[in-house]
Design a protein. Structure first.
Length: 233
């Protein structure tokens, strides 16, 4: 199975600033999530994380590398109004892990921060961080997993597609395809889930499984199909 791969584009739009002039009020300093975080800290996004309509500062720094290639990554957010929060994630320090993108995934206001924690030969695991009541927390996928899984190989594929329901609610389609006997016929399971704003979790709408599918029919399965996130590795 072959798919066209696009390289990632970081979402790093700048912050709006007050105009210059003698009559203008003093210009406030833009939030800096790398302040006092050391030279290895990197600003990875200027997305609106807390959902107030103003872009925030998001940084990451990798540390604690071990001989087996594992380590930790600290994600820090400083909101436009000065609120500060951070979280530490265990991840694989090999090439390909780290910040992946910022996108609106769940049905709450604000962007989620996606970090790829592992990248194997064809399978990747991601942590999706979301803002909840002044802190960063991991958002589960529609299968109640804390690591979101994407995959693309000659015999398997998995991914997420974000759409909306007829009422405008956030909706995720999860596709998993596999060719167990490697004869060119795939079995694909499609689950649709909508965002429950009261419970702040995914609610299953339905699930179907189709058999004996060809390669052309499973090309929508792999990787992320979410506005703001790159498609592919």
């Amino acid at each position: 199975m072959q798919y066209r791969i696009r390289t990632a584009v970081a979402a790093t739009a700048g912050l709006s600033m007050l105009g210059a002039g003698l009559s203008s009020p003093a210009r406030a300093a833009a939030p800096d999530a790398c302040e006092d975080a050391g030279s290895s800290c990197t600003i990875v996004s200027r997305a609106d994380v807390d959902g107030d309509g103003v872009r925030d500062s998001v940084s990451q720094v990798a540390w604690g590398g071990q001989a087996d290639g594992t380590g930790k990554i600290t994600t820090r957010v400083v909101t436009a109004d000065g609120e500060r929060m951070s979280t530490v994630t265990e991840h694989d320090l090999r090439e390909g892990a780290g910040y992946f993108g910022a996108a609106e995934i769940d049905g709450e206001d604000g962007y989620e921060i996606v970090t790829r924690t592992t990248l194997g030969a064809h399978t990747a695991h991601h942590q999706v961080l979301t803002y909840r009541d002044g802190r960063l927390t991991s958002l589960q996928d529609p299968h109640n997993r804390y690591r979101w899984i994407t995959d693309s190989s000659a015999w398997s594929a998995a991914g997420y597609e974000r759409t909306t329901t007829a009422d405008g609610d956030a909706k995720l389609l999860t596709r998993t395809a596999v060719d167990d006997d490697r004869d060119g016929d795939y079995t694909m399971t499609l689950r649709s889930s909508s965002w429950n704003t009261q419970r702040k979790t995914w609610q299953r709408l339905g699930e179907t499984t189709r058999h004996d599918l060809g390669e052309e029919e499973v090309r929508r399965a792999p990787w992320w199909r979410v506005p703001g996130l790159p498609y592919g590795v």
